[in-house]
Design a protein around this ligand. Structure first.
Ligand SMILES: Cc1ncc(COP(=O)(O)O)c(C=O)c1O
Length: 381
């Protein structure tokens, strides 16, 4: 018998795959996984095609196409006031997921501790564990999901090497405000703690709020890896292209891992993105697009028994079902698929302790007709 010990013995099929499979089995409207059901812009698809035809089909430079990095440096400076050196401080990655993994692998050694704010995107904790680190988590509670910074500071020890933040936040739709950023500064100053700041939803923010990036704050920027994803911006999550920014010393270490992990990322898509990003409206228009979808879906659910929580950013809306049932959220989410034909994600799956606040996450990055169909089915409950 082969003696093999799993590095992640408690990890099973992700809830996203499980819910999507169940949705297909029951022909349910799938509002579970976070991807749009509308197409990536034709102009961008044509650009990729043209770049392929014109011969951009071999390995891209390890750190990514320089022209794309230059455009990103300008974009970030324009939006957040800090200029990352495109040569040494920006790397194109295979989506946000790879950027998160590589950043965590750069920081965490066996025995180190990472602080994760839960509910949290599912990849953070496993990445820390794969590198031999320990996760300490702080739990946020509905309806506000506010971070208790004093509590967070109590988790900091001499082993703490990393704090992972995410704003706009998946799954809660909350955002970090100026007060939070100042508390974060207070928490890490005079320490060597680094930050992974997951900002993949930076352009999906509502009601006049502005995304506050760690790159804007020198005390945070100097110790942060910032994670971004084109999949969330241009409706092509399947292309898996994103990027990471960090000060050159940190980015140098990141690239040492990146080059042996993946070496480089899809070439024609990088050429196409470099052209497409010239027009800032291509990403700034997301605010209007998703404000309309959030408003439409919330409006359609007004008459139902679900209690909706505020959504300030991302394309996720949380709904509490305590007035309908006291079943555990996983059971209720499954029943919603089987009996009513609508897929969602139970929020307990974003907590390591599976805290159950009878809350579901619905993805509203869908065609209006899809949202109407889902709402009609939900109103039958
Ligand atoms: C918070 C968060 N971070 C990172 C990612 C991963 O991004 P990508 O699809 O580019 O790998 C996602 C995707 O859903 C996400 O929600």
């Amino acid at each position: 018998m082969l003696n093999f010990i799993s590095k992640l013995p408690h990890v099973n099929q992700s809830i996203f795959s499980a819910m999507t499979t169940l949705c297909s089995e029951h022909q349910a409207v799938n509002l579970s996984q976070g991807f749009p059901d509308f197409e990536t812009p034709n102009e961008l698809i044509n650009l990729v095609y043209r770049k392929m035809l014109s011969g951009h089909n071999q390995y891209a430079p390890m750190a990514g196409l320089l022209r794309l990095r230059e455009i990103l440096a300008e974009k970030i400076e324009h939006l957040h006031g800090y200029y990352y050196n495109p040569e040494s401080e920006i790397t194109i990655t295979a989506g946000g997921t790879q950027a998160i993994f590589t950043a965590i692998a750069t920081i965490i050694r066996p025995g180190d501790e990472a602080i994760i704010i839960e509910p949290a995107y599912d990849s953070y904790a496993p990445c820390v564990k794969i590198m031999g680190g320990f996760v300490k988590s702080i739990t946020l509670e509905p309806p506000g999901y506010h971070i208790n910074w004093q509590l967070l500071r109590r988790l900091i020890s001499s082993q703490t090497k990393l704090i992972i933040i995410n704003s706009p936040h998946n799954p809660t739709g909350t955002i970090l405000d100026e007060g939070d950023m100042q508390e974060l500064i207070k928490s890490v100053q005079q320490t060597d703690i680094m930050i992974v700041s997951d900002e993949v939803y930076e352009h999906i923010i509502f009601d006049g709020h502005t995304h506050l990036s760690v790159s804007h704050y020198p005390e945070l920027q100097e110790r942060s890896f910032v994670i971004s994803s084109f999949g969330k911006i241009f409706h092509n999550t399947g292309w898996k292209v994103g990027y990471c920014t960090a000060p050159s010393k940190l980015m140098g270490e990141f690239r040492k891992i990146h080059q042996f992990e993946i070496f480089s990322v899809n070439t024609p898509i990088q050429y196409a993105l470099a052209d497409y990003l010239q027009e800032e409206e291509h990403y700034l228009q997301l605010v209007d697009l998703y404000t309309e979808k959030r408003n439409l879906f919330s409006h359609l659910l007004q008459g139902t028994k679900f209690k909706l929580l505020p959504c300030k950013g991302t394309y996720f809306l949380l709904a509490q079902y305590g007035d309908i049932s006291d079943e555990p959220d996983i059971n209720f989410a499954k029943r919603l698929i089987k009996d009513y034909g609508v897929g969602s994600i139970p929020i307990s799956s974003f907590y390591t302790q599976n805290m159950d606040y009878k809350t579901l996450r619905f993805c509203f990055a869908k065609k209006d007709d899809t949202l109407k169909e889902a709402a009609e089915r939900l109103s039958k409950i």
